[in-house]
Design a protein around this ligand. Structure first.
Ligand code: SAH
Length: 219
């Protein structure tokens, strides 16, 4: 092996070790995260730090989440290979790429057109063909593709948005950070039971950018 290959292998081992030590233990999630390189989702200055377990700035004043948080949220969704998944908050596209390795089909929405365009480019480059990225206000979900087996919101809402709960299948799971944008937020898992009753459990404290109304200024 060349020095560069050894470096690469060591970086990957450290990345996976960090995920495991923060509680990402589901083997399918770990394999998905091993198979998708975070580097291409981070442009410019911070790309060297892609393999650290840290959130990093991306375009439009947004952030790509910390890999261990991506792992824990993905694990909490308990995705099966036949699932249709909706993500609100495309950002860099990294989370959607991980979902795409585990699910049949992924729809992802962001209010910034530029982020959606850049993410589409990376999906194309990596040949991830089961993701559809859409510009829009994701608080309203995606009625024409509903219902979804799984929904993940990667921006903090004050309450789980009603339209998203309505678009969740019975037996479905939604994961959403809830709380004020400048305070501690809690990652909530919502299960919709057969018959439609909702069950909530609180997973952990997190910090996300806020879920905002309408489209971004660039759109
Ligand atoms: N999942 C992303 C990180 C998301 S950062 C990743 O893997 O990189 C949160 C994203 O939510 C931002 O890109 C922001 O533009 C988007 N966002 C905030 N409010 C939104 C809304 N109402 N609809 C759609 N996207 C929204």
């Amino acid at each position: 092996m060349s020095a560069a290959e050894i470096n690469e292998a060591e970086r990957k081992m450290q990345f996976l070790y960090a995920l495991r030590s923060k509680g990402v233990t589901d083997q399918r999630v770990l394999s998905a995260m091993e198979s998708v390189d975070r580097g291409p989702f981070i442009r410019g200055l911070f790309s060297e730090r892609a393999y650290e377990d840290m959130p990093l700035p991306i375009a439009c004043g947004q952030t790509i989440s910390q890999p261990s948080v991506v792992g824990l949220m993905t694990q909490a969704l308990q995705i099966s290979p036949r699932d249709k998944v909706l993500e609100i908050g495309t950002g860099s596209g990294y989370q959607a790429a991980i979902l795409s390795r585990l699910a049949r089909r992924v729809y992802t929405i962001d209010r910034h057109r530029r982020l959606v365009q850049e993410a589409r480019q990376v999906f194309d480059d990596l040949d991830l063909t089961n993701i559809t990225a859409i510009t829009g206000d994701g608080s309203f979900g995606l009625a024409d593709q509903a219902p979804f087996d799984r929904i993940i919101v990667t921006a903090a809402a004050e309450d789980p948005p009603g339209p998203l709960i309505a678009q969740l299948k019975e037996g479905g799971i939604m994961v959403v950070p809830v709380g004020q944008s400048d305070a501690v937020q809690h990652l909530i898992r919502v299960r919709k039971m057969p018959g439609g009753a909702l069950e909530y459990d609180e997973l952990r404290a997190v910090r996300f950018v806020p879920l905002l109304e309408g489209l971004g200024k660039d759109t």
